[in-house]
Design a protein around this ligand. Structure first.
Ligand code: SF4
Length: 417
């Protein structure tokens, strides 16, 4: 039987900041919970007077509606005291399942359901709340267990061709987890580079073709002098990672055939790393070149590195993407692009503020944007250019170039040290 396994050091207590109730995304509510709202007397909440509480689901999902928005991107039911009106009036069980679950995220591995936390939540980023392992009952109440049988004999894809056993997978991902543990040295790039080395060594050990093991992982990762010269695969994968940020909120989620077709030219434009697009999460036009190259940072500070390490450790432990939805190599490569997207948003924010340095506040905001808006959306490799994008994700040489994309510029390093 499958069981929930909760991440050992994860901590969370809601600080009622309201950030998760003030986002441009759609909030799905189950049909029975929506009709319970209609039956309740909310007359003491003047902000609800004459308002429709929910609408037809924009993605046409059967059995669900979309909860209405109030002012701007705020949920209609977010009260002036920062609390949820549905919760206050009808209790926690009456809230949409997705609200009850946040910030828990569950990953279905071959043998268990690994529960960890969404790093968009400021309380999760601080890591100071109650241990999640002490909240097992609450977790069990809101994270459904899948009825899928345990698949203990499953083989895990290392790349597009080579597979390993579950025990080998645990050993490999265990070594990668240790690279991101507190008290270990190195910047985020050298740790990701070493992770790629481990995966590559495992591929060779399993009889897969040696690819580029000549790479010296102790050498610092050089930034790309001009990001626009990165290989097409790196540029397209970065564009694909950013893609949900270029779409109107009501269009996110799965795309129809036409949507998938119109996506390709948009991706190509993004991948050229030129021009400006209206960023949904930043709420303003962003010039890609500025976000890629804003030379504000001497290096990431220790606080930013520690936060990104905790984030990556959590995702590797969860086996989220790595080996479950994608091969281990492709999943790691996608995590590299998620970190690139964090840095892209952080730099765009620093550029907007004319900030002389990239600080932990920028990184926290960038991570929030990625976790709230990109990592939880359908990924482009699930929807369009599937074969090509997945092929690029499975290419270790492209992954090494992707790692260089957002490395802070050496020229800036020299200037500040
Ligand atoms: S973002 Fe986190 S701390 Fe803020 S209200 Fe949501 S769950 Fe609570």
């Amino acid at each position: 039987m499958r069981l929930h396994v909760i991440e050992k050091d994860a901590r969370f207590s809601c600080g009622s900041c309201g950030a998760c109730c003030n986002q441009p995304w759609r909030t799905s509510i189950e049909a029975d919970k929506a009709s319970a709202l209609d039956r309740h007397d909310f007359s003491k909440y003047t902000q609800l007077a004459g308002k429709r509480f929910y609408h037809a689901a924009a993605d046409g999902r059967a059995g669900f509606f979309d909860l209405a928005k109030g002012e701007g991107t705020k949920c209609l039911f977010l009260d002036t005291d920062g609390l949820c009106i549905i919760h206050k009036e009808l209790g926690a069980e009456a809230k949409p399942g997705m609200c009850r679950q946040f910030p828990l995220i569950s990953s279905r591995t071959w043998v268990d359901e690994r529960v960890s936390l969404n790093f968009a939540c400021p309380s999760v980023q601080r890591g100071t709340g109650e241990l999640l392992t002490n909240q097992a009952q609450d977790v069990a109440a809101v994270v459904p267990l899948s009825g899928r049988p345990v698949q203990a004999d499953e083989r895990v894809p290392l790349n597009a061709r080579v597979t390993i056993s579950l025990a080998e997978n645990d050993a490999l991902l265990g070594s990668i987890e240790r690279l991101f543990e507190p008290g270990t040295d190195g910047d985020i790039w050298s740790r990701l580079s070493q992770s790629l080395d481990f995966v590559e060594q495992a591929i060779v050990k399993q009889g897969g073709a040696a690819v580029d093991l000549v790479v010296d992982s102790t050498a610092p990762i050089e930034s790309l002098a001009n990001p626009a010269t990165a290989p097409l695969g790196t540029r397209m994968l970065f564009a694909a990672t950013l893609q949900p940020d270029t779409m109107p909120a009501d269009l996110t989620g799965r795309l129809g055939f036409l949507g998938r077709l119109t996506l390709i030219p948009k991706l190509m434009t993004l991948a050229n790393f030129s021009g400006t697009y209206p960023s949904r999460v930043l709420g303003r036009n962003v010039t890609i070149q500025d976000g890629l190259a804003h030379p504000v940072a001497p290096d990431l500070d220790d606080e930013s590195t520690a936060l990104l390490c905790r984030y990556l450790h959590s995702r590797v432990w969860q086996r989220a993407l790595m080996g479950t939805r994608l091969s281990i190599l492709a999943g790691l490569h996608q995590h590299i692009h998620d970190v690139n997207a964090v840095l892209f948003f952080a730099r765009a924010e620093a550029a907007e503020e004319n900030s002389p340095a990239l600080d932990a506040g920028h990184i926290r905001r960038g991570l929030g944007f990625v976790e709230f808006h990109l990592a939880n959306q359908a990924r482009v490799y699930d929807q369009t250019l599937k074969g090509w994008l997945r092929g690029q994700l499975n290419d270790v040489q492209v992954a090494r170039q992707s790692l260089r994309l957002m490395r802070l510029p050496a020229a800036t390093l020299a200037r500040h040290h």
